[in-house]
Design a protein around this ligand. Structure first.
Ligand SMILES: Nc1ncnc2c1ncn2[C@@H]1O[C@H](COP(=O)(O)OP(=O)(O)OP(=O)(O)O)[C@@H](O)[C@H]1O
Ligand SMILES: [Mg+2]
Length: 265
């Protein structure tokens, strides 16, 4: 619970958030949610993609963010991680009662929001260990190397190997380990099972469950909706940039019509 114990720490920011974007942290945390996004709207240039998305997560929960191709899942994760694209034009995002919407991506990362993108962004020409160490060049850092290697024995075995020569599953492990190497309060996983054999998917599932056991809060986006729902506490389904369902993961697993309408499973 090392990381989870730290949730009361102030969000580290290089500069103060702009005043107009952060009316008051007091508007956050309705019903005591650990994470919430309230009516967020985001654009790629003129393209209006994230169209008023709202949802909440309790601390330590896994939320499955689902929807068909192009529904806006990746765009929503990128908005939460405060990437430049798509750009957030309206709405609020809070983590641990602190406003995230005024932050830049590096500030959101310092505040503990770590996005593991679909392409994993493993750095070529560097070993596994160098990839991990690079995540820790700037504070606040998360798990030390020894703890990461205990949790990911395969990465320990391959610590001197060039990281881009790892298998797909190992690269996914490294991408998750890099998130843990940083301050981690909200893990955003974009299609972590993509391109992996079922047996490897099971390994990644165990890792995600292990992260939950540490008290860390996770949003998982997956095409493999059933697998994600089995792991998740809550589910949000997006369609054309809007939330069409928010509720228990069990509810989606039990509702074939909902799945047929919005998930193609
Ligand atoms: N850089 C971009 N510029 C303009 N439009 C974009 C950009 N990236 C995505 N879009 C559009 O935004 C919409 C949502 O895309 P997004 O990648 O968020 O969907 P997704 O739910 O993650 O889909 P997938 O399941 O295919 O990954 C799509 O219509 C897509 O074409
Ligand atoms: Mg996507």
């Amino acid at each position: 619970m090392t990381l989870a114990a730290d949730i009361t720490a102030p969000i580290a920011m290089a500069s103060a958030p702009s005043a107009e974007a952060a009316p008051a942290a007091a508007t956050a945390d309705k019903a005591g949610a650990f994470f919430s996004c309230n009516n967020i709207h985001a654009y790629y240039g003129e393209s209006y993609i994230v169209q008023g998305v709202s949802f909440e997560i309790k601390e330590g929960e896994i939320l499955a963010l689902l929807g068909r191709n192009g529904a806006g899942k990746t765009s929503t994760l990128r908005t939460i991680a405060r990437m430049e694209d798509p750009s957030l034009k309206e709405g609020e995002i809070f983590l641990g009662g602190k406003p995230v919407h005024p932050l830049k991506s590096y500030e959101a990362s310092r505040a503990g929001i770590q996005l593991v993108p679909e392409d994993r962004r493993i750095i070529g020409g560097l070993t596994v260990e160098e990839n991990l160490v690079l995540s820790q060049v700037a504070p606040p850092i998360g798990w030390p190397l020894e703890r990461l290697y205990e949790h990911f024995p395969r990465l320990a075995e391959r610590r001197k190997q060039e990281a881009t020569t790892l298998s797909g599953g190992e690269q996914q492990m490294l991408a998750v380990a890099r998130a843990l190497a940083r301050e981690l309060k909200l893990l955003l996983l974009d299609e972590p099972y993509e391109g992996l054999a079922p047996v490897i998917v099971q390994e990644i599932e165990k890792i995600v469950a292990g992260i939950k056991a540490e008290g860390i809060t996770t949003v998982i986006v997956e095409q493999n909706a059933i697998a994600a729902l089995q792991l998740a506490d809550r589910a949000v389904i997006l369609d054309m940039g809007e939330v069409v369902f928010a509720g228990g993961a069990d509810h989606v697993l039990d509702n074939a019509e909902l799945r047929a309408n919005y998930l193609a499973v």
